[in-house]
Design a protein. Structure first.
Length: 297
């Protein structure tokens, strides 16, 4: 199947013919892209995960930090806290990406991970006015081609919903410092709650982790009026949990899902191909999403 090159891939979207691009059903992808193109930009919205989807997984062989890991900076937390957070990462991250466990099985463990880390962060009395500096000092990095992606969506007035189980305040700072926090960007994430003196005292609202995005999507849907009346969705994620991010879109017509497969490639390849329309294997760029968008809009 993967060897069959259709006219669309050859002539219209050459990026889809790269060997890092896997598709279970190429014809479905083509039909969806055509349907979205016919419906036009006014019917389109983009829903994207943040960590390891809009940001790179690795750069020069080194892992790029998630929004949580950006907080690992002496300006914000002490050495003891760093050690504890790293120990939790070493315990729970392998569970998060374990292909042999179901999402149901992972769910309570993810709640445990996020809750423990958030408690540790609150103990550190993190200061709001230090976040920008911590992001500057970090090696946070958006995927190559990110500027084309964000700028194009802004120019076409296509809403971009960034749906992240990371830390919203840090996420905003990352896109701000990269000059792509445009007015069409909407964010659902875990936001910090600071007291009057600017010290972290809690996290706001319902906790969002990798495997409860569906509930978050449903509860926020009504509030996101800019996204209503746009039944076509381009969804980007790096976790199978990200596939539920569009569950709040009522009366959706066409959904095209793109999954970045960054880690544990051989173990997870089959489940990713069965779950996402397009799977990008160890691709640190936005080239494919950008090519699809260029074609639709
Ligand atoms: O933006 P996204 O939803 O991808 O953010 C969640 C990611 O952050 C998870 O994939 C998880 O691996 C990572 N994480 C982390 N440290 C934590 C909790 C989650 O790096 N304490
Ligand atoms: Mg992610």
């Amino acid at each position: 199947v993967l060897a069959i090159w259709h006219q669309l891939t050859k002539t219209e979207i050459p990026e889809l013919a790269k060997c890092s691009v896997l598709m279970r059903e190429r014809s479905r992808v083509e039909e969806t892209i055509h349907a979205m193109q016919r419906a036009g930009v006014g019917n389109l919205q983009v829903i994207s995960d943040f960590d390891m989807t809009l940001t790179r997984f690795a750069h020069n062989g080194k892992r790029v930090p998630t929004t949580h890991n950006i907080l690992d900076n002496r300006l914000l937390i002490n050495e003891d806290c760093t050690k504890k957070i790293r120990a939790l990462l070493n315990t729970y991250y392998p569970i998060e990406i374990d292909p042999s466990r179901s999402a149901e099985e992972k769910l309570p463990l993810m709640v445990e991970w996020w809750t423990k880390v958030h408690e540790l962060l609150i103990e550190q009395r993190i200061r709001k006015d230090m976040l920008a500096q911590a992001v500057k000092e970090s090696s946070a990095m958006l995927r190559d081609g990110y500027k084309v992606f964000f700028d194009h969506l802004a120019e076409q007035q296509i809403p971009l919903l960034i749906f992240s189980a990371g830390v919203g305040d840090v996420l905003e700072e990352v896109i701000q410092q990269n000059h792509v926090f445009h007015p069409n960007v909407h964010i659902i994430s875990n936001y910090m709650d600071f007291d009057q003196t600017g010290v972290l005292r809690a996290f706001k609202g319902q906790l969002i982790h990798t495997f409860n995005k569906r509930e978050g999507a449903l509860s926020h849907a009504a509030g996101l009026t800019e996204l209503q009346g746009r039944p076509n969705v381009l969804l980007l994620g790096d976790s199978l949990g990200d596939l539920t991010m569009a569950d709040g879109v009522s009366e959706h017509e066409n959904i095209l899902t793109i999954g970045f497969l960054n880690d544990q490639v051989e173990e997870r390849k089959e489940s990713y191909i069965n779950s996402f329309d397009i799977v990008l294997v160890k691709d640190e760029t936005m080239d494919v999403p950008n090519a699809v968008l260029r074609h639709i809009t």
